[in-house]
Ligand binder design. Structure first.
Ligand code: ZN
Length: 173
């Protein structure tokens, strides 16, 4: 724990995953790397939402249940990532886009990613993401970026205060 705080310059964000068990550092908790093929579109997967913050996991299950009630299916292309998983994705994006600045429009570095904090999900395919954009707010889920139709973040307040305005990308430009 001390090592993580020292490495990132911030206090680790901790929660008790299982009452009575040792506290895990949320940012170090990995998510699934992949999952079974999405039944709606084989370009995507539908992974398990392992490692999401407990209230976010509950909210994800409610969202999925509501979609199902309305006859829809949501595929979870990606959700929780550990600092290490996010660092790997960011490094890949830097190779693909050429610079850290360009890469950050699509994949944030670990210390900024809401996937690392366990509050973000990437929903596919497109029609399913559009459904979440239209129906997710009441359950606390909001799209964030113009350039990522698939990326949603949960906060309890979204349901009452409404979603924030869309930003062009994760870097704001
Ligand atoms: Zn995302």
């Amino acid at each position: 724990m001390a090592a993580l705080g020292a490495a990132t310059g911030r206090l680790p964000y901790a929660y008790e995953r299982i009452p009575g068990q040792p506290t895990a550092i949320l940012e170090e908790v990995p998510g699934a790397d992949t999952g079974p093929v999405c039944p709606l579109d084989k370009r995507y997967v539908d992974e398990q939402p392992d490692g999401l913050r407990p209230d976010v996991l509950d909210a994800w299950r409610r969202l999925r249940a509501e979609a199902k009630r309305q006859g829809g299916t949501l595929c979870l292309q990606d959700s929780k990532r550990s600092m290490r998983q996010q660092q790997r994705e960011f490094a890949d994006a830097v190779r693909r886009f050429g610079t850290p600045e360009q890469a950050a429009k699509y994949v944030l570095p670990p210390e900024k990613s809401m996937h690392v904090k366990g509050i973000a999900v990437d929903v596919q395919p497109y029609a399913s993401a559009r459904w979440v954009e239209r129906n997710g707010r009441a359950l606390g889920w909001c799209r964030q970026y113009e350039n990522e139709y698939w990326h949603f973040e949960y906060t309890h307040d979204n349901a009452t205060r409404g979603c924030p305005p869309l930003r062009p990308s994760a870097t704001g430009t």
